[in-house]
Ligand binder design. Structure first.
Ligand code: C2E
Ligand code: CA
Ligand code: CA
Ligand code: CA
Length: 277
């Protein structure tokens, strides 16, 4: 027939099928990944205007026994859906604080930024958990920075403010991740006890060629300055981008130009002699 094949619902799409099976297999493996010690933390250096190390962002890696390194973009959403992000996030905080304690003992005071997922943050015991981990490792709370995304913050603004205020009073600092990509509004920004906003890498990428991105960056930096927050740019890959970011008044930088996220041993080599106590 002339129109055969049109308007036919395909029940079997091999590409889709593979994706579903893949997801199910990954999810299955994710359940045992923690006990099998398959997670690792990579550190990506953050520098000031003089290029000196200020701290690092911690980025989770899953070293899968068959697949090799699985990207967080692949497994974090899965971990969120299954709730596994809660124990995984706790492991991250615990491991980071153990590392901070070690560096603190060596008079190396690096501020370490940790990504917090929505499900983790919404746990009723999140604040107590963070406090307990900090106390257990006897680290200075000022050396821990929590990165929250706009969507997390806005999802339940009152709960967010309540939790942030307690942790902030405890000494922990906060950075607003991926800033500019969500429904940013000035009214909530001033209610949040933020120390830093992080310009999303999508604005940094084309800053040299896209005038609107440059304007966006300048606007975000001015906003940060007016609200007395420091402003960090992520995804900085070139000197040209760095120069423009500096012209905009940006004070902190992170990106491949300085280093990719690396295992802790490589990170320690990177910062050797570059930090003051
Ligand atoms: P994010 O927090 O926005 O992290 C920045 C991402 O940009 C990281 O990807 C980092 O490796 C990458 N990146 C850094 N510098 C550059 C650069 O110069 N150019 C480019 N193109 N990319 C750069 P990664 O490590 O794959 O992490 C992806 C996302 O996974 C993170 O995005 C974060 O949302 C999430 N994630 C990572 N670790 C954790 C964690 O411990 N807990 C939670 N809840 N989420 C995490
Ligand atoms: Ca982040
Ligand atoms: Ca980000
Ligand atoms: Ca753009």
């Amino acid at each position: 027939a002339k129109d055969a094949g049109r308007n036919v619902i395909r029940f079997f799409d091999p590409v889709m099928q593979t994706a579903i099976e893949n997801r199910a297999a990954l999810e299955n493996d994710l359940h045992t990944a923690l006990e099998e010690r398959q997670f690792e933390l990579f550190y990506q250096i953050q520098v000031d205007r003089d290029g000196r190390a200020e701290g690092a962002e911690v980025l989770l890696r899953w070293r899968h026994p068959q697949r090799g390194l699985v990207s967080p973009a692949q497994f974090i959403p899965l971990a969120e859906d299954t709730g596994l992000i809660v124990p995984i996030g706790e492991w991250v905080l615990d491991t980071v604080c153990a590392q901070i304690a070690k560096w603190q003992g060596e008079q190396r005071n690096l501020v370490i930024a940790v990504n917090v997922s929505a499900k983790q943050f919404r746990q009723s015991n999140f604040v107590e958990l963070v406090q307990q981990i900090i106390q257990r490792h006897q680290v200075s709370p000022a050396l821990l920075k929590l990165e929250l995304t706009e969507s997390l913050v806005l999802d339940n603004i009152q709960d967010t403010i309540d939790k942030m205020k307690v942790l902030k009073a405890f000494g922990v600092s906060f950075s607003m991740d991926d800033f500019g990509t969500g429904y940013s509004s000035l009214s909530y920004l001033k209610q949040l006890p933020l120390d830093q906003i992080k310009i999303d890498q999508s604005f940094v990428r084309d800053i040299a060629t896209d005038k609107t991105d440059l304007v966006m960056v300048k606007t975000i930096v001015d906003l940060g300055v007016n609200f007395e927050m420091d402003v960090i740019a992520e995804g900085v890959e070139s000197e040209v981008q760095l120069g423009l970011l500096k012209q905009c008044g940006c004070s902190r930088f992170q990106g491949y130009l300085f280093s990719k996220p690396v295992p802790v041993e490589a990170f320690e080599l990177l910062i050797k002699g570059d930090t003051v106590g």
